[in-house]
Design a protein around this ligand. Structure first.
Ligand code: XMP
Length: 570
């Protein structure tokens, strides 16, 4: 399993990195960045536990994904939610009592790495069949249905992986309404169906799979291919058919409904209590704080710690949005000097992170104490985090993860956690943010690391260097936004290197800083590619930096991907 938080120490020639070393120390920004990683998160082979409680909803309805460990399980849930139907992922051993309150309208059995004929292969719980609700088995899920209902599954002679052409044939089914007669699908399976269970019909086939889609008249279906991935262009139509035409869902999962329901729920949970949150300028903390504020007004206080390593205008924008536009109660702490003092002489990237993390937690705690008795800590935990922590049990990842929640503050301060976004995906959080009136620029902000510019200044961090980097970074952001590239890039920023080089300006020779520009595309920050920015955008960035930042006389563009490089330079 790939754990995002466990970063390997960067390999320096003389010191061999320890495989356990992590370069992360929790600050508020960490929580933000972590949640950008929901897409394509690899949770293969694990069985997440059921979520703690049902979603708030007047007309509650849900489709439940039984997770057999496919790397695509979360994606299935996202796709169903894109159809405006609430969907949750649960493990195969989740008891019916936990499912029933969600008012399930149907089940989807996910893919998975197992083989149904192996001992201890995970199977679908009996209540799935006894409920008489519609069932859609995908890949391994289809094999589970076949196996449990009296068909036959056998090891394939060769693994089928990649595109295949699906042809509708055999019996007509509402599952394929509005799907063309032939359409590409994405296959990824080893085992195959030898014989369908009794009373099942073929609905579609490919050259290699005579049973690419099967179904019976009790609304139980199996798909050998993956409708949830983008490589199956009609996948969304098929899933939509399943949830609407077959399960009969109404489609009441909208962010407007979510907000209405959450307000009542937060009011009930908090009562007359007091809540604090750590604002960072990022999307999750912004949305969570705004939502809670809408529910309970001044019972929430947001603590905004300026560690002095933020970008130009970041403090003002964040402060103005929340204090002036939203009228929220904000404790703004300008701790720049305190942080910079501790950064004196520090050049090692991990030490920088550690110091910033420690100071952040100390200050947050000091400020929280001043507020008096506080009952809740609000956090922007999202659904992928919930699934990941549930699935990782007591592993190192779980510990890092819990430490991550503002550095273990809840246990030290005995605060209850308030996590109203814990059932949302990132794109849903953005939607909630927009509906709550947050500015687009905040809702669509690229990830920004908790330690901020400190890890984009190579070597010692000083106020002078911070100002140089802020000026250069401003140009990058400005030009990228002007070129309308901001949203399609995972991140784009400047780095202040510790290299000086000779230049010439007018009649004078200069000896100035080298600034590097980094712009990457990525789905999940685990891998990234350098962006092929248009030359004229690069030219404008370079020109403006050397003209507007006198200390800089040379600009280079980073053309390395991750791996082997990382996105940040430190
Ligand atoms: P790397 O540099 O490891 O970065 O490829 C992957 C993603 O993580 C962000 N990043 C951090 N975020 N605290 C954070 O909150 C950190 O210490 C940290 N280091 C890297 C980075 O910006 C990218 O999105």
């Amino acid at each position: 399993m790939v754990i995002y938080f466990q970063y390997m120490a960067k390999g320096k020639a003389k010191s061999k990195p320890s495989p356990k070393a992590s370069r992360r120390v929790a600050t508020s920004g960490d929580i933000e960045v972590s949640t950008y990683l929901e897409i394509a998160k690899e949770i293969g082979g694990v069985q997440p536990a059921a979520a703690k409680e049902a979603i708030p909803s007047g007309e509650r309805e849900a489709v439940i994904v039984i997770d057999f460990g496919s790397q695509y399980s979360l994606l299935i849930a996202r796709r169903v939610r894109e159809c405006q139907v609430y969907c949750e992922l649960v493990s195969a051993d989740t008891p019916w009592e936990k499912i029933a309150p969600l008012n399930p309208k149907g089940f989807i059995l996910s893919g998975g790495p197992g083989s149904v004929y192996e001992t201890n292969a995970p199977m679908a719980p009996a209540y799935i069949y006894e409920s008489h609700l519609p069932i859609l088995g995908i890949c391994y899920g289809m094999q589970v249905i076949t196996h449990q209902m009296g068909g036959q599954v056998a090891p394939g002679t060769k693994r089928e992986y990649g595109h295949a052409l699906l042809n509708l044939g055999g019996v007509e089914s509402p599952l394929f309404a509005n799907v063309p007669q032939s359409t590409p699908v994405w296959m990824s399976h080893g085992d195959k169906i030898e014989a369908m269970p009794p009373d099942f019909n073929v609905l579609a086939y490919t050259d290699n799979s005579p049973f690419a889609a099967i179904g019976n008249d009790k609304n139980i279906f199996g798909l050998q291919f993956h409708p949830e991935v983008v490589h199956t262009p009609e996948g969304k139509t098929i899933l939509k058919n399943f949830v609407y035409r077959i399960c009969g869902c109404q489609g009441n999962w909208t962010m407007g409904n979510f907000i209405t329901d959450s307000l009542t729920k937060i009011q009930k949970e908090v009562g007359k209590g007091k809540v604090i949150s750590a604002l960072s300028g990022g999307v999750d903390s912004a949305v969570v704080s705004t939502l809670i504020h809408k529910a309970i007004g001044d019972q929430i206080t947001c603590i905004f710690v300026n560690h002095g390593m933020l970008r130009r205008e970041e403090v003002e924008r964040t402060f103005n949005t929340f204090r002036l536009n939203m009228g929220m109660n904000i404790v703004y702490v300008d701790a720049s000097e305190r942080f910079l003092d501790r950064m004196k002489g520090v050049t090692d990237p991990e030490t920088k992170r550690k110091i910033i993390g420690e100071e952040f937690i100390n200050i947050f705690e000091e400020e929280a104490k001043k507020i008096g008795k506080v009952d809740f800590l609000a956090q922007g935990t999202l659904y992928p985090d919930v699934i990941e922590s549930a699935s990782s049990g007591s592993t190192a990842a779980a510990k890092i993860k819990s430490h991550h929640n503002v550095g273990g503050l809840p246990s030290r301060m005995t605060l209850k956690l308030l996590e109203p976004l814990r059932y949302l995906f990132k794109d849903e959080v953005r939607q909630v943010g927009l509906e709550l009136g947050l500015p687009e620029e905040m809702v669509w902000r690229q990830p920004f690391p908790g330690p901020g510019l400190a890890i984009r200044i190579i070597g010692e961090v000083t106020e002078e260097k911070l100002e140089i980097l802020r000026a250069a970074d401003w140009v990058v952001m400005n030009e990228i936004k002007k070129a309308k590239l901001y949203r399609q890039l995972w991140q784009s920023f400047a780095i202040l290197t510790d290299v000086h080089s000779v230049g010439v300006m007018g009649d004078y020779r200069t000896y100035g800083y080298l600034v590097a520009v980094r712009a990457v595309t990525s789905d999940d920050a685990m891998t990234a590619d350098w962006s092929r920015l248009p030359y004229d955008v690069l030219a404008r960035i370079s020109n403006r930096i050397v003209n507007e930042v006198p200390e800089v006389n040379r600009v280079v563009y980073d053309i390395t991907s991750k791996p082997p490089s990382t996105i940040e330079w430190e």
